[in-house]
Write a protein that binds this ligand. Sequence first.
Ligand SMILES: *Cc1c(COP(=O)(O)O)cnc(C)c1O
Length: 422
Amino acid sequence: MKEQTLAIHAGYEKDTQHTMAVPIYMSTAYDFGSADFAASSFNLEQGTDHVYTRVGNPTTAVLERRFAQLEGGSGALAISSGMGAIFYSILNVAGAGDNIIISSKLYGGTITLFTQTLKKLGIEGRFFNIDNPQEIDNLVDDNTKAIFFESISNPSIDVANIEEIVTIADKHGILTIVDNTVATPFLCKPFSFGVDVVVHSASKYTTGQGLAIGGLMVERVGLVDKIKNNSRYPYFNEPETSYHGLIFADCPASSVLFTFRTRMILLRDTGAVLSPFNAWLFIQGLETLALRMRQHSDSALKIANFLLSHSKVKKVNYPLLKNDKNYENAIKYLSKGASGLLSFEVEDFAEAKKILDGVEIFSIVANIGDSKSIINHSASTTHQQLSKAELLQAGINEGLIRLSVGLEDSDDLIEDLKIALG
Ligand SMILES: *Cc1c(COP(=O)(O)O)cnc(C)c1O
């Protein structure tokens, strides 16, 4: 089936009430019916949708199945936020003494996750230049557990050369984890280029109207073959004492071993579970995601071309502009559009401030992916916690303005920017 059909129907068998809309099962727990069934549920023999909502819920399961199909993966796991999904994707493979090789161009929260929180836990983040993936080779050692990058980076809007990174990772038997939040499964399909695990913030385009925080983790078909008997991944190959010596790489759920282990170990023990109500909101969002991504992308390209022609604009970053340094990767990996995210540079902070205070339709908000257009000054808001050196490394100039182009008429948005630019 084609993706727009999957987005409407995948993963939902109508329940006993035959409801067209997916029901919201607001329930903490489920009646096992018999002692034997209860025991087998806890022994992981009955699936995970009807034990306790921290590890599974029937509404959330629809979102997981649908999202897995849209990415072309074998399984997905919903988590309470995008940051939660990223954190779990790392904790699922790494512990104290291990390292992760990470792109120099990442979301601000992801950078601080690596430089602050994971560092305190003894997990080292080693930066590589996203424009020069060959650097990865020299950073790899026996304790490297994953290579982490964003398909389209937020906010620097770089497009990764996915296949070059995957080739190096595969040579060393290392997992690749991609944050596909900005591209969404409709603009980029990382699994078709060999990526192993995809993570998302559903808080952006998936919800689409700025309604709810949530995250997803998806794994590719056949990931078990890369992990099984791979000495880098003892968590999956050694007996798990909390499940009577179960070996994840050999268990009946091994076709979804990455998300299954996250659910049964990390969600069990640390509990960053998505609310079924938010799962339901994301299911509504998925129905129109493809249509919206097309519109966001078309408008953003028009606005990028307008900004390019304006005398006060020093630089425009949009991957589908012919002169953008990401153009080649964009044509290859983002064939259907490059999202509504674009950025541009004006002279300095003062000039940027004038524009932010001058627009009327755009709102000053620390978010992206809303139907309402957003304008943002990265250096003073979302990336404020970064040092000057980290800002530079993340490609953030003090005159950099970030736009998340919404679903308003692009003529009105251009007029709004024209007036604010003066
Ligand atoms: C917003 C965002 C995140 C974090 O997601 P939350 O749902 O806000 O926790 C991670 N990565 C990228 C690229 C993002 O834009």
